[in-house]
Write a protein that binds this ligand. Structure first.
Ligand code: DC
Length: 226
């Protein structure tokens, strides 16, 4: 196995397990570049909507890919995301996008295009990349692979709180059903389904505070850097 020139940390796991929160804090503490791959699939979903395409139009979305440029910029409290120069940081988190991104991200051409873009982001800097297939497909030689999990109840409660803070009202049971549906779709798609890499370390965040999870993963990273 060839070790990547720049250090790579892959964080995979189901929706709302805390991947992006944890990855962002670790990236800032370790001075690594943070790559939120879910945001990239979400940006493609927004691009499809803007082009007036139906989310089930695989051929239309495939044809759109060469015109899609996705960029990240540092921002607080979240990284800013741009689609062809236009900021889509909020648009990619809409309920419509959240409920259709699993379908759009299941298309082979979408995945190979995103994987290519994601790998290119590892060439000049150490990275922490979060997603569903990072340890298995995108960065199979990553020095550290983490598989972050949490119970459905806890993940729904976290999303409920986030939504409430954003002024969105969605009931807890609906959120649970949406999370279960997305877990199912993400784990059962034909290409690069959500699975734990054989060499990934599982970290269960149920009932554990963010600081504790960050400290635990930081220790694992430091052990591998030594
Ligand atoms: O992490 P997230 O909820 O922002 O991800 C949005 C969707 O994108 C998720 O339903 C599955 C998909 N995704 C993927 O297929 N592969 C990745 N590496 C990241 C996300």
């Amino acid at each position: 196995m060839t070790k990547p020139a720049f250090f790579q940390v892959a964080i995979d796991g189901p929706a709302s397990a805390g991947k992006s929160t944890i990855a962002k804090i670790l990236a800032s503490q370790l001075h690594f570049v943070y790559v939120d791959t879910g945001a990239m699939y979400r940006a493609v979903t927004v691009a499809a909507k803007k082009a007036g395409l139906s989310y089930d139009d695989e051929a239309g979305i495939t044809a759109l890919l060469p015109t899609i440029q996705i960029d990240f910029e540092p921002g607080q409290p979240v990284q800013k995301v741009f689609l062809n120069g236009e900021e889509v940081t909020e648009a990619i988190r809409s309920i419509e996008v959240t409920n259709n991104v699993s379908l759009v991200s299941s298309y082979g051409a979408v995945r190979s295009d995103m994987v290519e873009k994601q790998r290119a982001m590892t060439e000049k800097n150490p990275v922490i990349m979060d997603g569903r297939d990072i340890g298995t497909t995108v960065l199979p030689n990553a020095q550290v692979k983490i598989f972050l999990i949490a119970s459905v109840d806890e993940r729904a409660a976290r999303r409920y709180k986030e939504n409430k803070e954003k002024g969105m009202k969605v009931d807890l049971e609906t959120l649970k059903d949406e999370i279960k549906a997305r877990d199912y779709k993400d784990s059962h798609r034909a290409i690069s389904p959500l699975t734990k890499a054989a060499d990934a370390i599982e970290v269960d965040t149920t009932g554990i505070g963010i600081d504790e999870v960050v400290a635990k993963i930081k220790k694992i990273i430091e052990e591998h850097r030594a």
